[in-house]
Ligand binder design. Structure first.
Ligand code: BTN
Length: 235
């Protein structure tokens, strides 16, 4: 694992996206990001003390292209698995790939494909306390436990666990993984708004299905929504 550490950088994901000799397991870590990117082109703003990192997964030709639709879910699952080892708390998985603790966001994940690589970017609230601006929607580990964590240890644990969980995924353990994801499905039973490119609907979220889609009960219909095609907000 090659580790690139930065006191300040625009974005760890951007750094890996633009790197010529990118290799599987390359890991970029930053104390501060000046242009952090979130999903759907949003900015990701975080205060110092958060774990901000990105790492590389090579596209594996043995795995079918559409299997990679599940990658964001797998990253979320794996992150939750690592967090449980670090602090046994009641984390929830919010489809498609945010982690929540006590109804507040503790982590955001951005998976991007660049040529034959996936760059997996994670922002995790660990030691940061200045979450004032986003107090009602964000939480950090330290806020919850009062402890200060070694950011590098936390990050390396998460990244190593990911490659090992990816191996399990490759070896056909998706059903077991999905079962675990559904046990902590934050949206389950909640009324949500689903915004697709051409319309907005409201429904009750159900399970995350085998193909990674979310089942939603819209009126008398059961619909399935794809990762990436929707914006979800809880009512
Ligand atoms: C989201 O919730 O929208 C995803 C946020 C992902 C943020 C992380 S922080 C490290 C990496 N570098 C970035 O610019 N973004 C990701």
């Amino acid at each position: 694992m090659r580790i690139y550490r930065f006191d300040e950088i625009e974005s760890t994901s951007k750094f890996l996206r633009e790197k010529d000799d990118i290799m599987e397991r390359d890991l970029a870590i930053a104390k501060v990001q000046t242009l952090g990117r979130g999903r759907r082109g949003n900015r990701w703003v975080s205060t110092e003390g958060a774990a901000l990192f990105s790492f590389v997964l090579k596209h594996d030709v043995e795995i079918q292209e559409d299997e990679y639709m599940k990658l964001p879910l797998l990253v979320g699952y794996s992150l939750l698995y690592s967090l449980k080892k670090i602090e046994e708390l009641d984390y929830k998985f919010k489809w498609t790939n945010d982690l929540y603790l006590e109804d507040k966001k503790i982590s955001g994940i951005l998976v991007e494909k660049i040529r034959d690589n996936y760059v997996i970017g994670i922002g995790l609230n660990v030691n940061n306390l200045n979450l004032e601006e986003v107090k009602n929607i964000a939480i950090s580990l330290r806020e919850k436990t009062g402890k200060v964590y070694s950011l590098e240890e936390v990050i390396v644990t998460i990244v190593k666990d990911f490659y090992s969980n990816f191996q399990d995924f490759k070896n056909g353990k998706w059903k077991e993984i999905l079962k675990e994801i559904n046990r902590v499905n934050y949206l389950y039973g909640k009324r949500i708004d689903i915004v697709t490119f051409d319309k907005e609907e409201s429904g009750i979220a159900g399970d995350i299905l085998e193909d990674g889609t979310l089942e939603v009960f819209v009126g008398s219909e059961i619909k399935k929504y794809n990762i990436g095609s929707v914006h979800i907000s809880k009512k």
